[in-house]
Write a protein that binds this ligand. Structure first.
Ligand code: LUZ
Ligand code: MOS
Length: 762
């Protein structure tokens, strides 16, 4: 089934926040953000701004009618700064004007005196000063302290990854329309309608039932709108509540880039020990997470770093500690993979370091240590592993030996171009690590003409979840997909939703749809049994017809629906689903947090221009564990998009803050994302079809986040290409591998006395 949005997308008719027709009297908001990263506000002067044409009102923290607080996990984030500013761009005032332009012009007229305080941008500095947002956490398996003795080889080092801008095509925004009796109708570009509802309720002082958050779709989220849509929604709702006027704020690109958080940068220490057979015996890692100025989702992101710190390998002795470090950057937030990629990068760096020192291919170490069914993760859950299945199929299907020999002979005959390859196996846990978030609800109405409306807590953000929800309903009801309409995600229809996140949205909401539709079908079967005077067990629905045993009757869907209505049988159902089996004990750091894991292996091939430091991705070839994909077209799109986004993070996207905490890479001219010229020339995707009896919807495994981590292979492939040119290069594990860093490494001479072999010829 193709994406149900494809027709309106290609015709330009799909509605996003900024396309909603504006109600008469709408005011336009714009936030004035702190010009400095850390300090105490001495004086805020709004008079010139207030006098600007079209300006209606400027709100500050004094105007907040509820609690001046939007922090989720930790209450450490005011809606509007009071005296203390913690990052550049932190909202201090909210301007309301008759036009967008007037609001933005007024921003420039605001002056603020701030006494500066020391600015911390490095998480290790923050940790040294004790600036931690939550307690550090340590995951342990076996005993590393005694395990080092059993190791033939031990290596240690540092591995760093930088941030990543979400760059959803639709920027953040909200539109609040006051209703009678203090109600607010709120359109928001959010992955978490309930998170928005809570933040608005708290900051406005209204009860949640006054706030209807309605989401049709987003132009991308990638985690950036899991928590950070709240700010803009709360500002618009507050203004609408105070002024009794509709208020809209759609951030422009530079505002969005400067004021919102990104993927967390991490700096990490690792130590890895292997035996003679290259089995990893022990692994220690310490992660310094750059959380930014407020908690946001950082503690949960940090936890997932620990969950994925051994990626898809079985390591019998592990000690992994993570620090959630408060710095003066915008609060960093969820981003596809949610800390998992940062954890995986470090063990891949440790393996690469060992491989380079021992003169073996990293793939030999990787293959030797892939987990097997029954192996224990450091957090206590036992693997049901497809790691070997994916790896083995990838190396045979894509003929790794041929790739290797072609690469070697290319490198022999070419002096200034070098190829590199890397394998990247991935294992990603599916479920919110916060067990209680793993629940969802669905509301299904069958109308008397046989058409069906389905509501869930799922937010469509381009990932195709609504299409999958239609498929679930169509399959259970045994009707054509054309009869089904997916309604917008509304907190008035579905309450207390989890954000659409953690790759789990189709699983959780799909199960709820399945339950609701099953209940309706069972009632309809009872009606048919009654009408046809047969036992209900003999009744089934197939392709819109009622069957008795194998025999098709002359009762079709519409007739049955009308009969049920005439008999006053309910044609609606509201269902609830909660993932069974999962649990976690954070005191012991042990449990069974994930419904299941998704596995896969990628082979990444690159070519480096050793004169310029530029590079191309020749191919990314993947075997991915889809389970039994319910929509191969959508799932393929998720893999392709994930690979490109992961490659961007690892190779070219470089978030740069200066020492004063100001974002320098604040536009697309200074922040380079993959374009059509930089995507891999070939992306091959093989569907590993597995039939595990897992908790995935229709055994179609979650597909949102896992493929991002294939991009990590691009970093290591580039490293291998550089080493083919300059085997003496000392290359720090410091992603992204930008062309500048490639060039420095190609001509690195830091090993005293060594010559760079190809330099003369080059
Ligand atoms: N969001 C969240 C997530 O709140 N908890 C999670 O475990 C998670 N995992 C991935 C992406 N978003
Ligand atoms: Mo996400 S990083 O699943 O919002």
């Amino acid at each position: 089934m193709k994406n149900i949005d494809s027709r309106t997308h290609v015709r330009g008719e799909s509605i996003y926040l900024d396309d909603i027709p504006e109600v008469r009297g709408t005011l336009f908001g714009a936030a004035f953000g702190s010009p400095v990263a850390h300090g105490i506000i001495r004086h805020l002067d709004l008079t010139a701004a207030e006098a600007m044409p079209g300006v209606v009102r400027i709100l500050t923290y004094k105007d907040v009618t509820g609690e001046n607080q939007i922090g989720g996990i930790v209450p450490d984030e005011p809606l509007l700064a009071e005296h203390h500013v913690h990052y550049c761009g932190m909202p201090i005032a909210f301007i309301l004007a008759e036009t967008d332009d007037a609001a933005r012009a007024a921003i420039k007229k605001i002056t603020v005196n701030i006494d500066p305080l020391p600015v911390i941008t490095d998480p290790r500095d923050a940790q040294a000063l004790g600036h931690l947002i939550v307690r550090p956490r340590t995951f342990r398996l076996g005993d590393t302290a005694t395990a080092w003795e059993q190791c033939a080889y031990i290596f240690d080092g540092v591995a760093d990854t930088k941030g990543q801008e979400h760059l959803y095509i639709e920027t953040q925004g909200a539109y609040a329309i006051p209703q009678e009796n203090d109600g607010i109708k709120l359109y928001s570009s959010t992955q978490g309608p309930t998170a928005v509802q809570r933040a608005v309720a708290r900051s406005s002082g209204l009860p949640m039932h006054q706030i209807d958050v309605d989401v049709t779709r987003l132009g991308g989220g990638f985690g950036g709108k899991e928590d950070q849509a709240n700010m803009w929604a709360a500002l618009c709702a507050l203004a609408a509540h105070v002024l009794k006027k509709p208020v809209k704020y759609a951030l422009n690109r530079m505002e969005d880039m400067a004021m919102t958080g990104k993927r967390h940068p991490y700096s990490s220490d690792f130590k890895i020990g292997l035996d003679e057979n290259l089995k990893i015996i022990a692994y220690e890692a310490t992660f310094y997470q750059n959380a930014g100025a407020a908690a946001d989702l950082s503690p949960a992101v940090m936890e997932r770093t620990l969950f994925h710190c051994t990626n898809t390998y079985f390591v019998p002795n592990v000690t992994a500690t993570a620090y959630c470090c408060r710095t003066n950057l915008p609060p960093n937030t969820a981003f596809r993979g949610f800390g998992g990629p940062q954890g995986m990068f470090v063990i891949e760096a440790a393996i690469a370091k060992a491989a380079e020192a021992l003169g073996v291919d990293a793939a030999v170490i990787q293959a030797e240590n892939l987990n097997k069914t029954g192996d224990e993760f450091p957090y206590g859950q036992k693997a049901e592993s497809e790691a070997h299945a994916c790896w083995d199929k990838a190396v045979t299907l894509y003929e790794i030996d041929t790739i290797r020999s072609k690469t070697a002979s290319f490198n022999t005959v070419n002096l200034v171009y070098k190829k590199g390859i890397a394998l990247m196996p991935v294992c990603f846990g599916i479920s919110f690590t916060n067990t209680r978030m793993n629940q969802a609800r669905a509301l299904v109405h069958v109308y008397t003409d046989g058409s069906v409306g389905v509501s869930t807590g799922a937010v469509e953000m381009g990932q195709g979840v609504n299409t999958k929800m239609v498929q679930v309903a169509a399959q259970v009801l045994s009707i054509q997909t054309e009869r089904i309409k997916l309604l917008s995600t509304s907190t008035y229809r579905i309450a207390n939703t989890s954000p659409s996140a953690a790759s789990a949205t189709a699983d959780l909401n799909g199960r709820a749809v399945q339950i609701a539709c099953t209940d309706i079908v069972n009632r309809l079967r009872a009606v048919a049994a009654d009408e046809l005077q047969v036992d209900i067990d003999g009744i089934s629905l197939k392709d819109e017809w009622v069957y008795v045993g194998d025999q098709q009757t002359d009762w079709d869907w519409k007739r049955l629906v009308m009969a049920a209505f005439a008999k006053r049988v309910s044609l609606s159902e509201h269902a609830h689903y909660a993932t069974p089996e999962i649990h976690y004990d954070a005191a012991k750091e042990k449990g069974h947090p994930f419904a299941y894991h998704v596995y896969g292996t990628a082979i990444v091939e690159v070519t480096v221009d050793c004169l310029r430091g530029t590079y191309e991705l020749d191919a990314v070839k993947v075997v991915h564990d889809f389970g039994a994909s319910m929509n191969p077209l959508i799932d393929r799109g998720q893999i392709e998009g994930g690979i490109v986004q992961g490659v961007g993070w690892m190779t070219m996207e470089e978030v740069v803050f200066d020492k004063a905490g100001r974002l320098r890479s604040n536009a697309l001219s200074t922040y380079k994302v993959p374009d059509i010229y930089s995507v891999p020339k070939e992306i091959a995707i093989d569907f590993l079809q597995t039939q595990q009896d897992n908790l995935a919807i229709f055994r179609s495994k979650a597909v949102g986040e896992p493929p991002l981590m294939y991009g990590i292979g691009a970093y290591f492939a580039l490293r291998n290409a550089i080493l083919a040119f300059n085997p003496a290069a000392i290359i720090p594990f410091d992603a992204p591998m930008t062309p500048e860093k490639v060039l420095l490494a190609l001509y690195d001479r830091s090993v005293k006395g060594d010559t760079v072999p190809n330099e003369q010829t080059a």
